[in-house]
Design a protein around this ligand. Sequence first.
Ligand code: E4P
Length: 217
Amino acid sequence: MKFFVDTAEVDQIAELNDLGMVDGVTTNPSLIMKSGRDIIEVTKEIAEMVDGPVSAEVVALEADAMIEEGRKLAKIADNIAVKVPLTWAGLKACNVLSNEGNMVNVTLCFSANQALLAAKAGATFISPFIGRLDDINLDGMELISDIRQIYDNYGYDTQILAASIRSVNHAYQAAMIGSDVMTAPPAVIKKMAEHPLTDAGLDAFMKDWAKTGQKIV
Ligand code: E4P
């Protein structure tokens, strides 16, 4: 499963990128707002840093305006994926931008039918929002599973990008279902390394090692 980092904080992306953990980056208007940076400048900086797709989201609501914004965002770098919302206008923009050779990430997906439409419109990525479905007591993972089955049934090559990942359990479940990609905040990716038995085992090894009085270097 590919790991995208869900942030516009350049330092946090760099830390994970240096470890080889970053297959791409996703941003959205809220993440740009939190970064306090100019969208064009920060997106360019991120796209120069990472090799994989960097999603930059349009903010227009009409198809023609989305297409215009998408073309501008796509010009920032070759690895930009233009992010459009899953509305009828967004699907139109997806179709045009995709036919022009751009990667398109269709975001704010909350149903399998929406995901089916995005695939037909030529989306490179579909972003079902797991956490936001869980927030309203619906099963986000069931949606990932349904989209996986539908895409496999018909051979769509749109990649499932599990988004709104809030916990290590979300990451685990998305991987088990066969999501192509997950996008998660840096803190969730780092937390995946943690296990209490790892900590306890390391503590015991360190105590025993101290008793030997030895050094390796
Ligand atoms: C990614 O593309 C989404 O914008 C992001 O994962 C949303 O996450 P949130 O629901 O935690 O804001």
